[in-house]
Design a binder for this molecule. Structure first.
Ligand code: PEP
Ligand code: MN
Length: 273
């Protein structure tokens, strides 16, 4: 792929992004938490549940990019303070979306990983801003984007001096309507042959269907993704955002346990051969 001066794979050197000791690019990393930060109780309780079930980092949106301007937009700074509390209680590093380049510098005070959402993937001024930040970036694939466009966006961030980019395949738009998006798992091995950057998948937004999150999480392991990011809620029926894809504590625990066990099997019996 032409033009990838910094993102291209050279030999077999791979980037490992280290977030407070959580290494993305080594082993299998699980990021879990609610779609949006709704209240202190909801976020802190969910954080405790996912931590106990084996999550490595907490996700949660304080700024929500909603299709309708009338839908819940997130609690902003108040939400970030709640995430800070959840981190104090559980020790889990925080992954949270920054929607606007003007917010990058102060969101960095709360976030351990800055998430760039699918709708902002090609917002080049935003990419340059997070490229100047001193925090790892989780770059979601644009829902209409090719792998080449996505990698060029990673290149924008690297080019500003930030080496810590994690890619996230979160599903693309196809003519299929049964699923919310089409989780393009072929992108995972494709990314591994094109770049040294780690890649995780988002089976929650990638399918939008509760019943499909577990199989696609397991398939993500088999495709050799470096981890998953999934939405979980202490009381899914009360979720203010993406309720239909919110995993219950029991469902999340099963996914966490089974993906880890499959990952161990793949390492010991498949990839090492
Ligand atoms: C999210 O992870 O909260 C989110 C909004 O995801 P995406 O940008 O992939 O839709
Ligand atoms: Mn969501």
């Amino acid at each position: 792929m032409k033009g990838l001066k910094l993102a291209a794979l050279h030999g077999n050197q791979r980037t490992i992004v280290n977030i407070d000791g959580v290494k993305v690019g080594k082993g299998f990393v699980i990021i879990a938490g609610p779609c949006s930060v709704e209240s202190e109780e909801q976020t802190v309780e969910t954080a405790k549940i996912v931590k106990k079930a084996g999550a490595n980092m907490l996700r949660g949106g304080a700024f929500k990019p909603r299709t309708s301007p009338y839908s819940f937009q997130g609690h902003g700074l108040k939400g970030l303070k709640i995430l800070e509390k959840a981190k104090q209680e559980t020790g889990l590093p925080i992954v949270t979306e920054v929607l606007d380049p003007r917010d990058v510098s102060w969101v960095c005070e709360y976030a351990d990983v800055l998430q760039i959402g699918t709708r902002n993937m090609q917002n080049f001024s935003h990419l340059k801003e997070v490229g100047k930040a001193n925090k790892p970036v989780l770059l979601k694939r644009g829902m209409y984007s090719t792998i080449e466009e996505w990698l060029n966006c990673a290149e924008y961030i690297l080019n500003e001096g930030n080496p810590d980019v994690i890619l996230c395949e979160r599903g693309i738009r196809t003519h299929e309507k049964y699923t919310r998006n089409t989780l393009d798992l072929s992108a995972v091995p494709a990314i591994r042959e094109l770049t040294h950057l780690p890649i995780i998948t988002d089976p929650s937004h990638g399918t939008g269907r509760l019943s499909l999150i577990k199989p696609m999480s397991l398939a993500s392991v088999a495709s050799r993704a470096d981890g998953i990011i999934v939405e979980a809620h202490w009381k899914p029926e009360e979720a203010l955002c993406d309720k239909d894809q919110a995993l219950s504590p029991t469902q999340f625990e099963e996914i966490s346990r089974k993906t880890r066990s499959l990952h161990k099997y793949m390492e010991e019996s498949i990839w090492s051969l």
